[in-house]
Design a protein around this ligand. Structure first.
Ligand code: FAQ
Length: 310
Protein backbone atom coordinates (compact mmCIF):
# COMPACT_ATOMS: atom_id res chain seq x y z
CA UNK A 1 0.00 0.00 0.00
CA UNK A 2 1.55 3.31 -1.08
CA UNK A 3 1.12 6.38 1.13
CA UNK A 4 -0.05 9.68 -0.36
CA UNK A 5 3.37 11.04 -1.31
CA UNK A 6 4.45 7.74 -2.84
CA UNK A 7 1.18 7.48 -4.77
CA UNK A 8 1.63 10.96 -6.25
CA UNK A 9 5.24 10.09 -7.08
CA UNK A 10 4.15 6.93 -8.91
CA UNK A 11 1.44 8.86 -10.77
CA UNK A 12 4.05 11.30 -12.02
CA UNK A 13 6.22 8.44 -13.23
CA UNK A 14 3.25 6.76 -14.91
CA UNK A 15 2.40 10.03 -16.66
CA UNK A 16 5.95 10.14 -18.05
CA UNK A 17 6.95 13.21 -16.03
CA UNK A 18 10.63 13.25 -15.16
CA UNK A 19 11.94 13.28 -11.62
CA UNK A 20 14.53 15.99 -10.94
CA UNK A 21 17.01 16.22 -8.02
CA UNK A 22 14.94 18.77 -6.03
CA UNK A 23 11.73 16.67 -6.30
CA UNK A 24 10.51 14.47 -3.48
CA UNK A 25 11.35 10.81 -4.04
CA UNK A 26 11.03 7.63 -1.99
CA UNK A 27 14.28 6.70 -0.26
CA UNK A 28 14.28 3.34 -2.06
CA UNK A 29 14.08 5.06 -5.48
CA UNK A 30 17.05 7.23 -4.54
CA UNK A 31 19.04 4.21 -3.34
CA UNK A 32 18.27 2.20 -6.46
CA UNK A 33 19.48 5.03 -8.66
CA UNK A 34 22.64 5.57 -6.62
CA UNK A 35 23.34 1.84 -6.93
CA UNK A 36 22.78 1.64 -10.67
CA UNK A 37 24.36 4.97 -11.66
CA UNK A 38 27.45 4.41 -9.51
CA UNK A 39 27.89 0.85 -10.82
CA UNK A 40 27.56 2.29 -14.29
CA UNK A 41 30.15 5.02 -13.54
CA UNK A 42 32.60 2.47 -12.10
CA UNK A 43 32.12 0.31 -15.22
CA UNK A 44 33.13 3.19 -17.46
CA UNK A 45 36.25 3.91 -15.42
CA UNK A 46 37.33 0.28 -14.93
CA UNK A 47 36.38 -0.26 -18.59
CA UNK A 48 39.26 2.01 -19.60
CA UNK A 49 41.77 -0.60 -18.40
CA UNK A 50 41.35 -3.51 -20.85
CA UNK A 51 41.58 -1.18 -23.86
CA UNK A 52 44.17 1.14 -22.32
CA UNK A 53 46.35 -1.95 -22.30
CA UNK A 54 46.64 -1.69 -26.13
CA UNK A 55 47.15 2.04 -26.68
CA UNK A 56 50.93 1.75 -26.89
CA UNK A 57 50.68 -1.25 -29.19
CA UNK A 58 47.99 -0.16 -31.67
CA UNK A 59 49.10 -1.19 -35.17
CA UNK A 60 49.08 2.29 -36.79
CA UNK A 61 49.11 5.96 -35.84
CA UNK A 62 45.45 6.27 -36.87
CA UNK A 63 44.37 3.25 -34.82
CA UNK A 64 46.29 4.64 -31.88
CA UNK A 65 44.69 8.09 -32.09
CA UNK A 66 41.22 6.53 -32.41
CA UNK A 67 41.72 4.18 -29.47
CA UNK A 68 43.14 6.97 -27.34
CA UNK A 69 40.05 9.08 -28.06
CA UNK A 70 37.75 6.16 -27.34
CA UNK A 71 39.31 5.37 -23.97
CA UNK A 72 39.25 9.07 -23.09
CA UNK A 73 35.52 9.15 -23.94
CA UNK A 74 34.93 6.32 -21.44
CA UNK A 75 36.65 8.40 -18.77
CA UNK A 76 34.31 11.28 -19.65
CA UNK A 77 31.28 8.99 -19.36
CA UNK A 78 32.42 7.95 -15.90
CA UNK A 79 32.65 11.60 -14.87
CA UNK A 80 29.15 12.51 -16.16
CA UNK A 81 27.79 9.51 -14.33
CA UNK A 82 29.49 10.34 -11.03
CA UNK A 83 28.08 13.86 -11.41
CA UNK A 84 24.59 12.40 -12.03
CA UNK A 85 24.95 10.25 -8.90
CA UNK A 86 26.03 13.30 -6.87
CA UNK A 87 22.68 14.97 -7.62
CA UNK A 88 21.20 12.25 -5.37
CA UNK A 89 23.14 13.48 -2.36
CA UNK A 90 26.11 11.10 -2.34
CA UNK A 91 29.74 12.16 -2.58
CA UNK A 92 32.02 11.05 -5.36
CA UNK A 93 34.77 10.23 -2.87
CA UNK A 94 32.46 7.83 -1.01
CA UNK A 95 31.47 6.10 -4.25
CA UNK A 96 35.08 5.71 -5.33
CA UNK A 97 36.06 4.46 -1.90
CA UNK A 98 33.35 1.79 -2.13
CA UNK A 99 34.82 0.67 -5.46
CA UNK A 100 38.36 0.55 -4.09
CA UNK A 101 37.24 -1.45 -1.05
CA UNK A 102 35.61 -4.01 -3.32
CA UNK A 103 32.12 -3.17 -1.98
CA UNK A 104 30.72 -1.66 -5.20
CA UNK A 105 30.01 -3.61 -8.37
CA UNK A 106 31.02 -2.78 -11.91
CA UNK A 107 30.22 -4.63 -15.11
CA UNK A 108 31.38 -8.26 -15.25
CA UNK A 109 32.68 -7.76 -18.79
CA UNK A 110 35.73 -5.74 -17.74
CA UNK A 111 37.17 -8.65 -15.78
CA UNK A 112 38.33 -10.44 -18.94
CA UNK A 113 41.81 -9.92 -20.42
CA UNK A 114 42.65 -8.29 -23.78
CA UNK A 115 45.14 -10.77 -25.21
CA UNK A 116 45.53 -9.56 -28.82
CA UNK A 117 44.79 -6.49 -30.94
CA UNK A 118 41.64 -8.23 -32.19
CA UNK A 119 40.26 -8.01 -28.65
CA UNK A 120 40.07 -4.24 -29.14
CA UNK A 121 37.91 -4.86 -32.21
CA UNK A 122 35.75 -7.35 -30.32
CA UNK A 123 35.23 -4.96 -27.38
CA UNK A 124 34.18 -2.05 -29.58
CA UNK A 125 31.89 -4.21 -31.69
CA UNK A 126 30.33 -6.38 -28.97
CA UNK A 127 30.77 -4.57 -25.64
CA UNK A 128 29.98 -1.09 -26.91
CA UNK A 129 27.27 -2.66 -29.10
CA UNK A 130 25.70 -4.23 -26.00
CA UNK A 131 26.16 -1.01 -24.03
CA UNK A 132 24.23 0.98 -26.67
CA UNK A 133 21.32 -1.47 -26.65
CA UNK A 134 21.13 -1.20 -22.86
CA UNK A 135 21.61 2.58 -22.76
CA UNK A 136 19.36 3.89 -25.56
CA UNK A 137 16.26 3.13 -23.44
CA UNK A 138 17.98 4.74 -20.42
CA UNK A 139 17.87 8.08 -22.29
CA UNK A 140 14.11 7.99 -21.54
CA UNK A 141 14.38 6.77 -17.94
CA UNK A 142 12.47 8.57 -15.20
CA UNK A 143 15.41 10.32 -13.54
CA UNK A 144 16.31 13.50 -15.44
CA UNK A 145 20.08 13.79 -14.82
CA UNK A 146 20.69 10.11 -15.67
CA UNK A 147 18.59 10.20 -18.84
CA UNK A 148 20.22 13.40 -20.10
CA UNK A 149 23.74 12.05 -19.45
CA UNK A 150 22.84 8.98 -21.52
CA UNK A 151 22.07 11.03 -24.65
CA UNK A 152 25.66 12.10 -25.22
CA UNK A 153 27.06 8.82 -23.92
CA UNK A 154 25.04 6.89 -26.53
CA UNK A 155 26.24 9.11 -29.38
CA UNK A 156 29.83 8.44 -28.38
CA UNK A 157 29.19 4.72 -27.91
CA UNK A 158 27.96 4.43 -31.50
CA UNK A 159 31.27 5.85 -32.72
CA UNK A 160 33.04 3.30 -30.49
CA UNK A 161 30.97 0.46 -31.86
CA UNK A 162 31.78 1.46 -35.44
CA UNK A 163 35.52 1.65 -34.74
CA UNK A 164 35.41 -1.85 -33.20
CA UNK A 165 33.46 -3.30 -36.11
CA UNK A 166 35.91 -1.65 -38.51
CA UNK A 167 38.87 -3.31 -36.78
CA UNK A 168 37.12 -6.69 -36.90
CA UNK A 169 36.16 -6.26 -40.57
CA UNK A 170 39.73 -5.44 -41.57
CA UNK A 171 41.15 -8.38 -39.62
CA UNK A 172 38.49 -10.77 -40.95
CA UNK A 173 39.39 -9.75 -44.50
CA UNK A 174 43.14 -9.78 -43.85
CA UNK A 175 45.69 -12.60 -43.86
CA UNK A 176 44.78 -16.05 -42.58
CA UNK A 177 46.58 -15.29 -39.28
CA UNK A 178 44.61 -12.06 -38.87
CA UNK A 179 41.33 -13.82 -39.60
CA UNK A 180 42.14 -16.48 -37.00
CA UNK A 181 43.01 -13.76 -34.47
CA UNK A 182 39.63 -12.06 -35.09
CA UNK A 183 37.76 -15.36 -34.75
CA UNK A 184 39.62 -16.18 -31.52
CA UNK A 185 38.71 -12.79 -30.01
CA UNK A 186 35.07 -13.30 -31.00
CA UNK A 187 35.12 -16.78 -29.43
CA UNK A 188 36.33 -15.34 -26.12
CA UNK A 189 34.17 -12.19 -25.97
CA UNK A 190 30.83 -13.45 -27.28
CA UNK A 191 29.49 -15.17 -24.16
CA UNK A 192 30.73 -12.55 -21.68
CA UNK A 193 29.02 -9.89 -23.86
CA UNK A 194 25.77 -11.89 -23.82
CA UNK A 195 26.03 -12.01 -20.00
CA UNK A 196 26.51 -8.24 -19.68
CA UNK A 197 22.74 -7.72 -19.73
CA UNK A 198 22.53 -9.28 -16.28
CA UNK A 199 20.87 -12.39 -14.85
CA UNK A 200 17.85 -13.96 -16.56
CA UNK A 201 14.56 -12.17 -15.85
CA UNK A 202 13.48 -14.94 -13.50
CA UNK A 203 16.50 -14.22 -11.27
CA UNK A 204 16.75 -10.47 -11.65
CA UNK A 205 15.93 -9.18 -8.17
CA UNK A 206 15.62 -5.49 -9.06
CA UNK A 207 13.77 -5.68 -12.38
CA UNK A 208 10.14 -5.50 -11.26
CA UNK A 209 10.58 -2.43 -9.05
CA UNK A 210 12.93 -0.70 -11.51
CA UNK A 211 10.40 -1.27 -14.30
CA UNK A 212 7.58 0.20 -12.19
CA UNK A 213 9.76 3.27 -11.61
CA UNK A 214 10.68 3.45 -15.31
CA UNK A 215 14.37 3.13 -14.54
CA UNK A 216 14.28 -0.04 -16.62
CA UNK A 217 12.14 0.17 -19.76
CA UNK A 218 12.99 -3.33 -21.05
CA UNK A 219 13.90 -6.54 -19.26
CA UNK A 220 17.41 -8.05 -19.17
CA UNK A 221 16.35 -10.93 -21.45
CA UNK A 222 14.57 -8.65 -23.95
CA UNK A 223 17.67 -6.48 -24.36
CA UNK A 224 19.89 -9.57 -24.59
CA UNK A 225 17.68 -10.92 -27.39
CA UNK A 226 17.87 -7.60 -29.21
CA UNK A 227 21.68 -7.73 -29.01
CA UNK A 228 21.81 -11.30 -30.36
CA UNK A 229 19.42 -10.52 -33.23
CA UNK A 230 21.48 -7.48 -34.17
CA UNK A 231 24.88 -9.16 -33.95
CA UNK A 232 24.25 -12.43 -35.86
CA UNK A 233 23.91 -10.76 -39.30
CA UNK A 234 26.92 -8.53 -38.54
CA UNK A 235 29.09 -11.61 -37.89
CA UNK A 236 27.77 -13.21 -41.10
CA UNK A 237 28.59 -10.07 -43.07
CA UNK A 238 32.28 -10.25 -42.15
CA UNK A 239 32.49 -14.04 -42.35
CA UNK A 240 33.06 -14.81 -38.66
CA UNK A 241 31.25 -17.54 -36.71
CA UNK A 242 29.59 -16.99 -33.35
CA UNK A 243 30.83 -19.68 -30.92
CA UNK A 244 27.42 -21.27 -30.36
CA UNK A 245 26.55 -24.50 -32.22
CA UNK A 246 22.92 -24.17 -31.08
CA UNK A 247 22.40 -20.72 -32.57
CA UNK A 248 19.37 -20.96 -34.90
CA UNK A 249 16.75 -18.67 -36.36
CA UNK A 250 13.36 -19.37 -34.79
CA UNK A 251 10.78 -18.59 -37.44
CA UNK A 252 7.88 -18.76 -34.99
CA UNK A 253 9.37 -16.31 -32.50
CA UNK A 254 11.01 -14.15 -35.15
CA UNK A 255 14.23 -14.25 -33.10
CA UNK A 256 17.45 -16.24 -32.86
CA UNK A 257 17.57 -19.01 -30.26
CA UNK A 258 20.89 -19.54 -28.50
CA UNK A 259 22.48 -22.37 -26.53
CA UNK A 260 22.64 -22.35 -22.71
CA UNK A 261 24.41 -19.45 -20.97
CA UNK A 262 26.97 -20.44 -18.31
CA UNK A 263 25.46 -18.52 -15.40
CA UNK A 264 27.93 -20.10 -12.99
CA UNK A 265 30.67 -18.22 -14.82
CA UNK A 266 28.69 -14.97 -14.64
CA UNK A 267 28.06 -15.21 -10.89
CA UNK A 268 31.65 -16.16 -10.20
CA UNK A 269 32.92 -13.08 -12.09
CA UNK A 270 30.38 -10.86 -10.27
CA UNK A 271 31.52 -12.30 -6.92
CA UNK A 272 35.08 -11.20 -7.71
CA UNK A 273 36.59 -14.41 -9.08
CA UNK A 274 36.87 -13.56 -12.79
CA UNK A 275 40.21 -13.73 -14.61
CA UNK A 276 41.13 -10.06 -13.96
CA UNK A 277 39.03 -8.82 -11.00
CA UNK A 278 42.02 -8.47 -8.68
CA UNK A 279 44.21 -6.79 -11.31
CA UNK A 280 41.49 -4.29 -12.19
CA UNK A 281 40.97 -3.18 -8.60
CA UNK A 282 44.70 -3.06 -7.93
CA UNK A 283 45.17 -0.83 -11.02
CA UNK A 284 42.39 1.54 -9.89
CA UNK A 285 43.73 1.78 -6.33
CA UNK A 286 47.22 2.45 -7.55
CA UNK A 287 46.01 5.15 -9.98
CA UNK A 288 44.14 6.79 -7.09
CA UNK A 289 47.20 6.73 -4.81
CA UNK A 290 49.55 7.99 -7.50
CA UNK A 291 47.12 10.83 -8.27
CA UNK A 292 47.05 12.10 -4.67
CA UNK A 293 49.57 14.87 -5.39
CA UNK A 294 47.37 16.18 -8.23
CA UNK A 295 44.31 16.35 -5.97
CA UNK A 296 46.38 18.03 -3.24
CA UNK A 297 47.82 20.57 -5.69
CA UNK A 298 44.37 21.35 -7.13
CA UNK A 299 42.92 21.82 -3.65
CA UNK A 300 45.83 24.08 -2.61
CA UNK A 301 45.42 26.12 -5.78
CA UNK A 302 41.67 26.49 -5.21
CA UNK A 303 42.24 27.57 -1.60
CA UNK A 304 44.78 30.18 -2.69
CA UNK A 305 42.38 31.44 -5.37
CA UNK A 306 39.50 31.73 -2.90
CA UNK A 307 41.77 33.94 -0.76
CA UNK A 308 42.58 36.17 -3.77
CA UNK A 309 38.90 36.89 -4.38
CA UNK A 310 38.24 37.92 -0.78
N1 FAQ B 1 28.02 -7.22 -14.09
O1 FAQ B 1 18.44 -7.42 -10.55
P1 FAQ B 1 19.48 -7.24 -11.59
C1 FAQ B 1 29.93 0.39 -20.32
C2 FAQ B 1 24.20 -7.40 -10.68
S1 FAQ B 1 28.58 -0.67 -20.36
C3 FAQ B 1 28.07 -7.12 -12.74
O2 FAQ B 1 19.12 -7.58 -12.99
P2 FAQ B 1 19.65 -4.41 -12.26
C4 FAQ B 1 30.39 1.05 -21.60
C5 FAQ B 1 23.32 -6.22 -10.33
O3 FAQ B 1 24.10 -5.06 -10.11
C6 FAQ B 1 28.52 -1.54 -18.79
N2 FAQ B 1 26.97 -7.17 -11.96
O4 FAQ B 1 20.08 -5.75 -11.49
C7 FAQ B 1 31.80 0.74 -21.96
C8 FAQ B 1 22.65 -6.73 -9.08
O5 FAQ B 1 23.54 -6.66 -7.97
P3 FAQ B 1 23.33 -5.61 -6.71
C9 FAQ B 1 27.82 -0.79 -17.68
C10 FAQ B 1 25.78 -7.30 -12.59
O6 FAQ B 1 20.48 -3.31 -11.74
C11 FAQ B 1 32.07 -0.03 -23.06
C12 FAQ B 1 22.46 -8.22 -9.39
O7 FAQ B 1 23.43 -8.54 -10.39
N3 FAQ B 1 26.45 -0.50 -18.00
O8 FAQ B 1 30.43 0.54 -19.27
C13 FAQ B 1 25.66 -7.39 -13.97
O9 FAQ B 1 18.17 -4.25 -12.24
C14 FAQ B 1 33.39 -0.34 -23.42
C15 FAQ B 1 21.06 -8.55 -9.84
O10 FAQ B 1 20.80 -8.08 -11.18
C16 FAQ B 1 25.54 -0.26 -17.06
O11 FAQ B 1 25.82 -0.29 -15.89
C17 FAQ B 1 26.84 -7.36 -14.74
N4 FAQ B 1 26.84 -7.47 -16.08
O12 FAQ B 1 20.07 -4.71 -13.79
C18 FAQ B 1 32.87 1.25 -21.21
C19 FAQ B 1 24.15 0.10 -17.55
N5 FAQ B 1 24.36 -7.52 -14.28
O13 FAQ B 1 23.40 -4.22 -7.28
C20 FAQ B 1 34.20 0.95 -21.57
C21 FAQ B 1 23.22 0.52 -16.47
C22 FAQ B 1 23.68 -7.51 -13.12
O14 FAQ B 1 21.97 -5.92 -6.12
C23 FAQ B 1 34.46 0.15 -22.69
N6 FAQ B 1 22.81 -0.58 -15.64
N7 FAQ B 1 24.54 -7.40 -12.11
O15 FAQ B 1 24.46 -5.91 -5.76
C24 FAQ B 1 21.74 -1.38 -15.90
O16 FAQ B 1 21.07 -1.24 -16.90
C25 FAQ B 1 21.38 -2.44 -14.89
O17 FAQ B 1 22.02 -2.12 -13.68
C26 FAQ B 1 21.75 -3.89 -15.32
C27 FAQ B 1 21.41 -4.85 -14.18
C28 FAQ B 1 20.93 -4.29 -16.55
C29 FAQ B 1 23.23 -4.01 -15.63
Amino acid sequence: ELDGAERRFQERIDAGIRIEPEDWMPESYRKTLVRQISQHAHSEIVGMLPEGNWITRAPSLQRKATLLAKVQDEGGHGLYLYAAAETLGVSRDDLIEALHEGKAKYSSIFNYPTLTWADIGAIGWLVDGAAIINQIPLCRCSYGPYGRAMVRVCKEESFHQRQGFDIMTRLAQGTEAQRRMAQDALNRWWWPAVMMFGPPDTESVHSAQSAAWRIKLHSNDDLRQRFIDQTVPQAELIGLTLPDPELTWNEERGHYDIGPIDWEEFYSVVRGDGPCNRDRLAARRSAWDRGAWVRDAAAAHAAKHAGDKQ
